[in-house]
Design a protein around this ligand. Sequence first.
Ligand SMILES: Nc1ncnc2c1ncn2[C@@H]1O[C@H](COP(=O)(O)OP(=O)(O)OP(=O)(O)O)[C@@H](O)[C@H]1O
Ligand SMILES: O=P(O)(O)O[C@@H]1[C@H](O)[C@H](O)[C@@H](OP(=O)(O)O)[C@H](OP(=O)(O)O)[C@H]1O
Length: 427
Amino acid sequence: MSMGDMNHSYPNVSGVPVWSANGKADSTKHAADFLSHCENAHENVPQLVVKCNTSPCRIELESIRVSGISVGSHPDEDSICSDSGFGGSPASLLLRKLSNASSSGLSPASSFEEYEDDRGFPDEVPRGVTWKKPGSTGTLPPLSVPPKKPQPWVQVVGHAGSFHAGDYGMLLKRYTEGEQQCLQRLMEDSLRPFVPGYHGVVQRAEQDYNMMDDLLTHFNSPAIMDCKIGTRTYLEEELTKARERPQPRQDMYEKMVDVDPEAPTTEEQALQAVLKTRYMQWRETLSSTTTLGFRIEGIKKADGVCNTNFKRTKSREAVKQALQDYVDCNALIVKGYLRRLKELRLVLETSDFFRTHEVVGSSLLFVHDSTGKTGVWMIDFGKTVPLPPPLTLDHRTPWEEGNREDGYLWGLDNLIDILTDILPYQT
Ligand SMILES: Nc1ncnc2c1ncn2[C@@H]1O[C@H](COP(=O)(O)OP(=O)(O)OP(=O)(O)O)[C@@H](O)[C@H]1O
Ligand SMILES: O=P(O)(O)O[C@@H]1[C@H](O)[C@H](O)[C@@H](OP(=O)(O)O)[C@H](OP(=O)(O)O)[C@H]1O
């Protein structure tokens, strides 16, 4: 599927549970997984209804009542760094624009391909589920996959209220077109194994969401760390806008004063507000963003203890200390992370997507658990923008306004260096 084929407001969704307009099941692991859960519930098996008499084609799930899984019951705003409730089953979602879905952009288990997948995700369609499409009905053949035990989703940092923890390994993030475009492109790029699988846009209570893999699904009581990568956390276009139409922000002034009452200038004090770019630059220099090209945003340890107080964690030594604490002196974990980060670096250095995008405000999400399983993925493409051709970035050249460089690879180099440094101290 070429990017040109994509309809921007109703994207050519890939990876969603797809029963295509011709009635042929394009089985996906998620459809199979989701429906095997429903089946296991032994109650009111939902009906997949494919509606193809309208354009775009859509799938709805009817008769939703699944034992042991609350549907649509969790609050809209999951508190940061806390376990989310369950609910919000994809069953309650309207999956949009399925008529053109192609397998080319399907999200495979790629995000997890280093692990043995206990779900199997065979190329089968679910058992006992009746599907209907106007003009035809049929019963899909059996599925022999055991249901996956749900794991609570945890948000470490980021905007409150932007996420819904879906069931069946899905996570919904408030829709932005820019992020959707990136996730779609990433599904076609060599970086695909390093980003959450993307499954298109879904609507819930009249709000659109980008649906992606919940990266915590395959871990038990995971420890999680969010590191924002790059030397710059605002886009060049934000800088231009701030100059053309300055919009001082009181909330950012207050956040600034909370950390350092001396930080605002006299003018800002008089205004009781700061520009966003000024706030972002202040955050960058207060933390290790400017000096190391990445900063720790938040850490949630396996015991549930969460720390998002890293605004002043700046020196290499302080960062090293925080990383050491995060890995609990476990050499196996450090080695796992280092292996993955080095692989990521190799892929980044040749990725078409990466070369042609300014990647700002994006994070690496680190996850490990007591079994020694580790994973690192790139997340948050809300401020990742395509460059005007033929401009490309090497992501290591220092930023000067106009060159669009973001320092991503330089930050990754430093992160790898520091983790390598702590290795001899682990047991
Ligand atoms: N695919 C995912 N799987 C599991 N957890 C995720 C995933 N995506 C995001 N998270 C969780 O949500 C948090 C915030 O994610 P993200 O950075 O995308 O949000 P945001 O609101 O855009 O952040 P920002 O404030 O930097 O703009 C992450 O730290 C992580 O805990
Ligand atoms: O971490 P802090 O100190 O709370 O600051 C926030 C953080 O820098 C976010 O990355 C940013 O969102 P974006 O990356 O999406 O710009 C947000 O801007 P916002 O308030 O305009 O959303 C800031 O308030």
